[in-house]
Design a protein around this ligand. Structure first.
Ligand code: UDP
Length: 484
């Protein structure tokens, strides 16, 4: 642990958004801040905590505190849980909108009470609240307890910027009008041009009165009152977008936020039990295995899952496929073609969940069929694994644009999202990704991903990397604000 020779090291409460892709970077942010001398009180919802504990085989060690192993290295991270307003057994995946309504209308009351308790009873005194940008209560709670209001954004700056300028999209008729314009959007500060089909799914929706729209709209009113915004991205990856945001509010690109050494973290974060895959991978030739995962949150149609399964068979490529039980829906658990698991013996491995960073770091992995979650994209870049992009929901369409159109590190899975996926298309695309022959043009993917990987590595370089510098600047600016 770094001792900054500062007796007034800040104490920050971090509240993690209760979804897998937010909890993971939030935990690693907590570790990173604690390693710089911060005291952290980390807050998970009861439900997330419970799911993590149920998924962890070593339950006794972790029963009450997911950070217990990390504490052994001297970090000052305290752990609390809070109700999200629903009973533990409530199916948040099946009742998504009701869950989001809880986060919009009910959760703040629980957080308010907990933050009040922590503020009254903590030594050292709490000075900051770090809340995921999607929370709708951060300014209200930070004002009430006189805390510095820090917003943590876990997606690309481009996505942030588009939500931030939601009102401009409405004013120009690209969003929330009866007949949305379909021409290029070229008026968002810091975004030279973006096609409407690359907007986040919620900004492409025709019904804009949903709970999720209300939540995002409120969250982006809130973030305008944040004292500091920290983003899990890299300045050199999104320079124009970040500069535009930095003109509005103090914004720091501090990514990619990974566990130390990109190794399996001592802190359990997975919501499902991880299957061991490395033994199976050890027997496979280098770069021969396709890793397939659609993340923790999005759903795919049963028809798409069947066509992907048949396409994987047809391709004859080896694969690991992460298939959550609720990938179609938690009340639709029979989705694979009959006999599929027997037909793929030896060549394919199907798991509910795995330690993704461990799997994609393995030399046998040669490609990633991904839903384009932002963490997955960053992790794949870090491992130099090219992408086959199959966005399903939310920011994934915008992330695809960055990966395929801007950085050219991935291929599109479906070129026309209105056309149904067929097994032949699946097999052809997998061949293009996995069986690239030199000279056929796709080796560009490898060259490009190596370049982008270098950008990420440079950003984290202790000797003056941009994210390292930004992280230090952020810490110094927070400390200056505490003193003033
Ligand atoms: N992940 C994992 N095991 C899996 C699938 C995913 O550990 O079997 C992790 C992955 O490494 C990433 C996160 O879960 O850190 C998923 O985040 P992402 O932003 O990619 O997608 P989301 O789940 O938010 O849609």
């Amino acid at each position: 642990m770094e001792n900054n020779n500062n007796h007034q090291n800040p104490h920050a409460i971090i509240v993690a958004y209760p979804l897998q892709g937010h909890v993971i970077p939030c935990v690693h942010l907590a570790m990173k801040l604690a390693s710089k001398g911060f005291t952290i009180t980390f807050v998970n919802t009861h439900s997330i905590h419970n799911q993590i504990i149920e998924a962890t085989s070593n339950q006794t060690a972790h029963d009450h505190d997911i950070f217990s192993d990390a504490l052994k290295s001297g970090l000052d991270i305290r752990y609390k849980t809070v109700s999200d307003g629903f009973p533990l057994e409530f199916d948040r995946s099946l009742n998504h909108d009701q869950f989001m309504a809880g986060l919009l209308y009910v959760f703040s009351a629980h957080v308010d009470r907990l933050v009040g308790d922590i503020v009254r009873n903590s030594d050292p005194q709490v000075s900051c609240l770090i809340a995921d940008t999607f929370f709708v209560w951060s300014s209200m709670i930070s004002k009430k307890y006189n805390l510095i209001n820090i917003s943590f954004w876990t997606e690309p700056a481009l996505v942030f910027n588009l939500y931030y300028h939601w009102d401009l999209l409405i004013a120009h008729g690209h969003f929330a009008s009866i007949d949305n314009r379909e021409d290029t959007i070229d008026y968002i500060p810091g975004v030279r041009a973006i096609e409407p089909k690359n907007l986040m799914s919620y900004l492409q929706a025709t019904d804009t009165s949903t709970i999720v729209h209300k939540l995002i709209s409120k969250a982006f009113e809130e973030v305008k009152m944040a004292d500091f915004i920290i983003c899990n991205t890299v300045q050199e990856l999104e320079p124009a977008t970040l500069s535009a945001l930095q003109e509005k509010q103090p914004t720091y690109a501090i990514g990619p936020i990974f566990p130390t050494g990109f190794a399996k973290s001592p802190v359990a974060t997975s919501l499902w039990s991880e299957s061991e895959c490395t033994q199976w991978l050890h027997n496979k030739p280098p770069k021969s295995v396709l890793y397939v995962s659609f993340g923790s949150y999005a759903h795919a149609s049963k028809n798409d899952i069947v066509e992907i399964a048949e396409g994987l068979l047809l391709s004859e490529v080896s694969f690991i496929w992460v298939l959550r039980p609720d990938i179609v829906s938690s009340d639709e658990t029979e989705f694979l073609p009959v006999g599929f698991e027997e037909n793929i013996k030896g060549r394919g491995l199907i798991v509910t969940w795995c330690c993704q960073i461990e799997v994609i770091s393995h030399s046998a992995i040669g490609g990633f069929l991904t839903h384009c979650g932002w963490n997955s994209i960053l992790e794949s870049i870090w491992c130099g694994v090219p992408l086959l992009c199959f966005p399903l929901l939310t920011d994934q369409f915008t992330n695809r644009k960055l990966a395929v159109d801007d950085w050219k590190i991935g291929l599109n899975f479906c070129d026309d999202k209105n056309k149904p996926i067929t097994r032949k298309l699946v097999s052809d695309k997998i061949h293009r990704l996995m069986r690239r022959k030199s000279g056929d043009g796709d080796d560009e993917l490898i060259k490009n991903i190596k370049d982008v990987k270098r950008t990420l590595e440079n950003a984290l370089s202790l000797a003056n990397g941009s994210s390292e510098r930004n992280f230090h600047r952020f810490i110094n600016d927070v400390k200056a604000r505490i003193i003033s």
